[in-house]
Design a protein around this ligand. Structure first.
Ligand code: ZN
Ligand code: ZN
Length: 273
């Protein structure tokens, strides 16, 4: 403090220096940034209030706008005045101590308990509206789906009609399923009965073969055995030769045997699948 000049020792030079410093102090910029998310433009509020040129041309306040109400207040640069004006937000007090933000374009946020969420919600909406963010596909945004506030009497009536149609379709589908089940159940029982009967015949033939009868000796017996039980390939050739079966008959008995095998050899069928 000792080197501070007194009035008596103050030189012209020091006085000029002091005045320059005071002027610089008074003129120091008061920079305000655009509140549009991600925008870096600034303007010098002090220069604008004093009506003087800012220290840098880019700090000019020309065309800036102030937003003083709503969840997001501050300065908007000329680049963003248009979109922000289109989407000017206001805070809405909703019941049960909740808040939401309503946009000039008609968009509304969900209600929030914490008012501090309104600004980022609106900012997200703004960036989506400006096309700077890609909207996630939500249920309400799937084409053909309306959000609650978009519904009208007509759209509701349409929904109810679709619902009634669906209920009708469901009843029809259930009836069809029941009819199919009944048919399947009938065939299952019939098939089970046929299998038991055919196997009873096959068992009788097998049990009788060793002691009382050669099933290949008579051509009718050989034919029954070929279809109901089946000869192995070599035996079938011999049987065919002995009873002069032509190739068509051989093919035919093989085919009939194959048709019966699900009934007479169910284990073989399962193993083959
Ligand atoms: Zn901006
Ligand atoms: Zn909007």
């Amino acid at each position: 403090m000792t080197d501070q000049p007194t009035l008596a020792t103050l030189t012209e030079e020091q006085l000029a220096d002091l005045i320059a410093k005071a002027t610089a102090f008074r003129n120091q910029p008061s920079l305000h940034q655009c509140f549009y998310p991600g925008c870096l433009r600034e303007f010098d509020m002090a220069a604008r209030m004093d009506g003087r040129e800012p220290a840098r041309p880019s700090w000019s306040g020309a065309g800036w706008r102030q937003v003083t109400r709503g969840p997001s207040t501050g300065s908007v640069c000329p680049d963003h005045v248009g979109i922000v004006t289109e989407h000017l937000p206001r805070t809405v007090d909703v019941p049960n101590g909740r808040w939401m933000v309503a946009c000039a374009c008609g968009w509304m946020s969900r209600s929030q308990i914490y008012g501090g969420l309104l600004r980022p919600l609106w900012e997200e909406h703004l960036l989506l509206a400006a096309g700077e963010l890609a909207a996630p596909v939500t249920l309400a945004e799937i084409p053909g789906r309306l959000s609650l506030d978009e519904h009208t009497e007509a759209s509701l009536a349409e929904l109810y009609e679709v619902l009634e149609d669906t209920e009708h379709d469901r009843a029809e589908t259930r009836e069809a399923a029941q009819a199919m089940y009944k048919a399947w159940d009938w065939h299952r029982k019939a098939f089970g009965g046929i299998a038991r009967a055919v196997n009873a015949v096959c068992n009788m033939m097998r049990l009788g073969v060793g002691d009382t009868r050669d099933w290949s000796a008579d051509r009718h017996d050989a034919y029954l055995w070929a279809v109901l039980i089946g000869w192995d390939d070599d035996t079938l050739k011999n049987v065919a030769a002995r009873h002069r079966w032509n190739e068509h008959r051989v093919r035919y008995v093989r085919e009939m045997r194959a048709l019966l095998s699900p009934i007479t050899d169910p284990q073989k069928q399962e193993a083959a699948e």
